[in-house]
Write a protein that binds this ligand. Structure first.
Ligand code: CO
Ligand code: CO
Ligand code: CO
Length: 316
């Protein structure tokens, strides 16, 4: 569709980035983003926490500070007990409190399927916006959370996930990307995006494309959730995984030694995934240490940025 152009738009519809950024003044831009979805865990309170951590993440990915949010609720009022909604909203509010974000309103509709999420407004300095377009050849790539939440949520829905796996995805998906975002800004990261529905490989392809570089990922260095490989082998693959594989297969190249379940995990759509950060090699180790100290224990260097082929991701 023909888009509306506005010189104050820093990132908008055309850029495949995490959130929209609009310049208000020379030293101030606002960041806006919206995310909502159906439950992925059984506990309403935890679902509320995950939905909020996920929605705020797009602001963190752009180097911004989320300030306020609006609730978006779709709820089957005639068939579900209102206490479920109360618990979801309580979980969401607790996560907003942890993030220092104020809830200023919202909107709810009666719907056959429950959905919850947020519209978030944040701020950033117009010259400090971190997009997925700033990766430079020679950079190292850091991923801050393990991969595999889609596969494990599918196992959970199928009733075959063990208690520990549920605890693992819960801990990962409810964790804010706040500390990781603040720390990467402090070391002067070049580019960032958060890993969500398009999987590690889809978001890596977008970074490669927008930055006009190539990415090389080392699968043995990628942090995976403990049981993700097992459940992938058992066929617990969400529908989005296959769509990601079909859509991105032309821009991803796998070395022959990459095992099939690892490919599945790399195409696995994530909810509230980690940040993928591109930064100068001399700062990568120190950021990694600081992330580990700040309670982001599974952050890892997973590869590097290369000059080309541009827009392509090589997994070896
Ligand atoms: Co995003
Ligand atoms: Co988003
Ligand atoms: Co109104």
């Amino acid at each position: 569709m023909p888009l509306i152009s506005d010189p104050n738009v820093i990132t908008g519809m055309a850029s495949l980035d995490d959130a929209g950024v609009y310049k208000l003044a020379d030293d101030l831009a606002i960041i806006q983003t919206i995310d909502f979805f159906t439950p992925i865990v059984d506990e309403p309170y935890v679902f509320g926490q995950i939905a909020v951590a996920n929605a705020l993440s797009d602001v963190y990915a752009m180097g911004g500070r989320p300030l306020m949010a609006l609730n978006i609720v779709c709820f089957p009022i005639s068939s579900m007990d209102i206490s479920v909604l109360q618990e979801i909203l309580r979980g969401g509010l607790d996560k907003m409190r942890e993030a220092g974000v104020t809830l200023i309103g919202g909107h709810s509709v009666d719907d056959t399927e429950l959905k919850y999420g947020l519209s978030v407004t944040g701020v950033v300095h117009p010259e400090k916006v971190l997009t997925n377009a700033g990766a430079q050849a020679g950079d190292k790539l850091i991923l801050t959370k393990p991969v595999g939440t889609g596969i494990l949520s599918t196992a959970l829905k199928a009733g075959i996930a063990d208690k520990q796996s549920v605890a693992d995805i819960t801990a990962s998906m409810t964790a804010l990307n706040k500390e990781a975002s603040e720390l990467m800004q402090a070391v002067g990261a070049h580019a960032c995006t958060d890993i969500t529905g398009f999987a590690l490989l889809g978001h890596a392809c977008q970074m490669a494309h927008n930055s006009q570089v190539g990415l090389e990922l080392h699968f043995a260095s990628v942090p995976f959730l403990p049981k993700a490989e097992e459940f992938a082998t058992r066929g617990c693959c969400p529908a989005g995984l296959q769509r990601n594989r079909e859509f991105y297969s032309k821009t991803v190249e796998f070395a022959p030694q990459v095992p099939a379940p690892v490919k599945d995990m790399l195409f696995d759509p994530q909810t509230s995934g980690g940040l993928l950060i591109s930064l100068a090699p001399k700062t990568a180790e120190s950021l990694l240490d600081r992330l580990h100290e700040a309670g982001v224990p599974q952050a890892a260097i997973i590869g590097e940025v290369v000059a080309g082929p541009t827009g392509k991701v090589l997994v070896n």
